[in-house]
Design a protein around this ligand. Structure first.
Ligand SMILES: *[C@@H]1O[C@H](CO)[C@@H](O)[C@H](O)[C@H]1NC(C)=O
Ligand SMILES: *[C@@H]1O[C@H](CO)[C@@H](O)[C@H](O)[C@H]1NC(C)=O
Length: 569
């Protein structure tokens, strides 16, 4: 007993010794303005309360008004649960303001009075942080999804006067500008994509950061920061723009703004613009949740906020008879991600166990009369088909046979490494509306693929459909019963090529005439969505990633033998 007590005392002493000389975490006031952000708030606030940063060193400053959704209720529920763990809470949640200001034409209209109100509130936040003697003020928009829970500590560790973690969005929108024109507005630069696409990594001085900005108030110069035009040392730029005034005041105070892109720190939606409507945020958060799933676990929601989540989406087969998802049993990570994506999108898909190349062998193939095309060599790697590629072919072939056996008229087939484009449903609906309107006679429509030739023609009168030329990948496609019949009838198992070579052969656009000669009826009526509706997750690559087709075409690792990069690896 005595020895135990002595040991405890020693440990306590050791801990004291460790703590001796250690600094407390800097104090941070988080300023958040909220208006109509109900779809985001459960996620944004959950991420905030799960940040790895001592809440006792954080103060909250929240303002919310003119809501037409349950933003206030979400904030109240969150504060009731977590508010007391923060150093202090200064929240004005105004339930009596009307949904629109008198000069607003909609809830997303940036009217003069709205700009004035935002400027006033942000300036109040800045004053509040100074009054609190906070070391830092963190302006965080209410729709920022932070992936990295150490992001606040990391930003502090950057030791910059003003710093933002680079946030991504589709359409290459982000929370920084790399250039500012003579009138102090956004200027397009060559620098922007270098930073946005992580071609260089680090913290970069830029003329503008916004949306998620940490300012170091311990710096003498920070006293010059302001959102109010008339308070600038030398008033310049537009009078009513909070972010531009703030950036110019920083410049005048000799404080540089930095954007940091060492990681995929988080996401932000593209701000809505009229005639868009506020309800579109419900789709934006779905896009962001899908993007999160590519690299991170599903976004957590703290129990106190779960009642604010929309009910699960009712699942459909997207207007088709059936949806298949081919996946390898041993790639549960991919399968879980796809199933979570289907839950998000409301897609009712049958999981088809892929034929695993690792379990194939020559005796299996010869028993079933499976043979390779005599002249077949992988065009890039100059080798025979791998068992992985054979497994992939067999998996798709199995689906085609099932389409016929079940008598489905139209189906969609997904592989398990699909990245959905934003607004996938809407895009698919528009695509199929066009198919309908044009009375297109079709067998197969690619939803995702690798385009190999750039000479493709639009379908006459179409805005979303092209005639594919030589193409790789079988990521996702729509297929009719007639298409499945054509693909099976050619008996491809007796003269197998990679499945993504087989499709272009069957629509008669394969560059290798010798191979094509082995297949008699190359009459598959194939089309492709343009733009594509899905891409492979392989593009993710480095921290974050960008989905433009230009990059897509140049990624060498996915060329040919591509199939074993995907489902069938
Ligand atoms: C809410 O906003 C209204 C209108 O702007 C204002 O008159 C009222 O004082 C505000 N209430 C609170 C609690 O701030
Ligand atoms: C070949 O593969 C089949 C199917 O996976 C398996 O049942 C069989 O045992 C394998 N044979 C050999 C010789 O490995």
């Amino acid at each position: 007993m005595v020895r135990l007590a002595a040991a405890v005392a020693l440990v306590a002493l050791a801990m004291l010794a460790c703590a001796d000389g250690q600094r407390k975490a800097p104090t941070v006031m988080v300023a958040i303005l909220v208006r109509n952000k109900e779809p985001y708030l459960p996620f944004v606030l959950s991420r905030l309360s799960e940040l790895h940063y001592p809440k006792s060193r954080m103060a909250l400053w929240l303002r919310s008004d003119h809501n037409q959704d349950r933003s206030l209720q979400v904030l109240e529920a969150w504060l009731a649960e977590y508010g007391s763990s923060y150093r202090s809470v200064d929240a004005v949640l105004n339930a009596t303001t009307p949904p629109l200001r008198s000069d607003e034409t909609s809830a997303i209209h940036l009217s003069p009075s709205r700009y004035r109100a935002v400027i006033t509130l942000k300036e109040e936040a800045l004053a509040a942080a100074r009054r609190l003697w906070a070391d830092f003020v963190w302006f965080l928009d209410a729709d920022v999804i932070l992936h990295d829970s150490t992001v606040l500590q990391r930003l502090i560790d950057m030791e910059k006067p003003l710093v933002a973690p680079m946030l991504r969005s589709h359409g290459a929108y982000s929370n920084f500008w790399a250039g500012m024109d003579q009138d102090f507005y956004y200027k397009r630069t060559e620098r922007y994509p270098v930073i946005y696409k992580h071609k260089e990594q680090g913290c970069f001085a830029v003329p503008m950061i916004h949306t998620c900005v940490l300012a170091d108030l311990r710096l003498v110069g920070s006293d010059g920061l302001t959102f109010v035009y008339s308070k600038m040392a030398v008033p310049r730029g537009p009078e009513n723009d909070d972010v531009i005034t703030f950036a110019l005041s920083a410049r005048q105070a000799g404080l540089e703004m930095y954007i940091c892109n060492q990681e995929d720190f988080g996401q932000v939606p593209i701000p809505l613009e009229p005639p868009e409507v506020v309800s579109k945020e419900r789709l934006n958060i779905v896009n962001m949740k899908l993007e999160t799933l590519l690299e991170w676990p599903p976004l957590p929601v703290v129990p106190a906020l779960r009642r604010f989540l929309p009910p699960p989406v009712e699942k459909t087969t997207l207007g088709f008879d059936h949806v298949y998802m081919i996946g390898l049993a041993r790639r549960q990570d991919r399968r879980q991600r796809m199933l979570a994506s289907f839950d998000e999108l409301g897609i009712d898909a049958e999981v088809v166990e892929a034929v695993d190349g690792r379990q194939l062998n020559d005796s299996f193939l010869s028993e079933r009369g499976i043979e390779m095309l005599p002249d077949y060599r992988d065009p890039i790697r100059d080798r025979q088909l791998t068992f992985g590629e054979i497994g992939c072919f067999l998996s798709h072939h199995g689906v085609w046979q099932d389409v016929l056996a079940q008598g489905h008229e139209r189906v969609i087939v997904f592989e398990d490494d699909v990245r959905f484009q934003p607004y996938f449903h809407y895009q698919l609906e528009q695509l199929m509306d066009e198919v309908e309107a044009l009375r297109l006679d079709w067998d197969l429509i690619y939803l995702g693929r690798k385009i190999l030739h750039s000479n493709e023609q639009w379908v006459e009168g179409a805005r979303r459909l092209v005639r594919p030329d030589y193409t790789y990948w079988t990521l996702a496609y729509a297929l009719t019963r007639r298409g499945a019949a054509k693909l099976v009838r050619e008996q491809p198992l007796r003269k197998m090529v990679a499945v993504d070579e087989y499709l272009p052969i069957m629509f008669d656009r394969h560059p290798n005439a010798v191979w094509m000669d082995h297949f008699r009826e190359r009459s598959l009526l194939a089309f492709s969505a343009s733009p594509l509706l899905v891409h492979p997750i392989k593009y993710t690559g480095e921290p974050g990633y960008v989905s433009d087709t230009e990059d897509a075409v140049t990624i060498g690792a996915c060329v040919a033998g591509s199939v074993d990069q995907h489902t069938c690896s």
